[in-house]
Ligand binder design. Sequence first.
Ligand code: GDP
Ligand code: ZN
Length: 327
Amino acid sequence: MPLSQLLDGLVVKDLSGFFWVEVADGTVYMCRLRGRLMEEAQSSDIAAVGDRVKISLLEDAEDDFKGVVEEVEERRNVISRAVRTEGNRGAGQSEREHILVANLDQAFFVFAAAQPSPNLRLLDRFLVIGEKAEIEDLVIVVNKIDLEDPSRVQAIFGQYEKIGYKVVYTSARDGHGVDTFRDMLKGKISAFTGPSGVGKTSLLNRLQAGLGRAVKAVSNYHEEGVHTTRDSVLIKLDSAIYGDKSYLADTPGLRTLTIWDVEPEELDAYFVELAPLVGKCRFGDCAHGNEPGCAVRAAVEKGDISRTRHQSYLKLRDELEAAYALS
Ligand code: GDP
Ligand code: ZN
């Protein structure tokens, strides 16, 4: 088929080797992969939700599938996990990258100002995952602000604004901040995650009627079922409200993703306020704990770096080192 007949599309769902591809006019075609694509060595998934692809349509399709994925564009970023393979996947590899979702524009990490009180360790983990994945915009959503004194909320989350993260303050109860949040979704592919009980479903329903139910990430994740249930799906947001091409990624696995494929030595690169100082430490392999001449600790003492973030870093680093010692 000549190249001019290929259609540009976006993978919005994948299941059992089939890919649902949305093209410019909004039609979604169920596609399989061109065999040629599968012959190449596979250290990663060939196609995944969020991929930009080119498809050809089958002229007299009798099966359920109506098209073939011919090309997959290079990915801007991925959220993935390493999975062990049982051999025969080619090139003797024991680990490959399994992609949960590709090409996210932004990720929203939702916490509550109170009830439950914010789990900042978990937030810092999410931020490490987002930084490692190189997602351009990482946004913190602080919901239930109606339940907490604004100055206390500001004291906690202001430190994240100071280091460059966007923070949106919302109340799904009274609607505060929901318009701001809604505007940020326009024209983007966004992931949305957070611990249970923080008000994710309520917020989604505020954003668009019925959206809370559509996004199952929130409540229906079964840890053992990772390989049998789908990993992600892109939910198209109502174009009457959001304009064309706005999607929410429902990625159940995101919530329980570990940071164990981050090496202890690279962790400081993903703490954005620590990273620029690392080169100034006396020792090249400084872990920013009790080493003499540590520029990070000096900045903490001066008040330039938040003590809680530094502690969070040290705690995560300990965990990573313990995990590596075991493996
Ligand atoms: P999810 O587990 O993150 O999806 O949280 P839900 O949306 O199910 O909300 C958990 C509980 O918090 C429910 O009882 C909601 O009514 C309540 N809730 C959600 N958002 C707010 C909010 O902004 N303010 C207050 N006061 N309660 C909220
Ligand atoms: Zn140091």
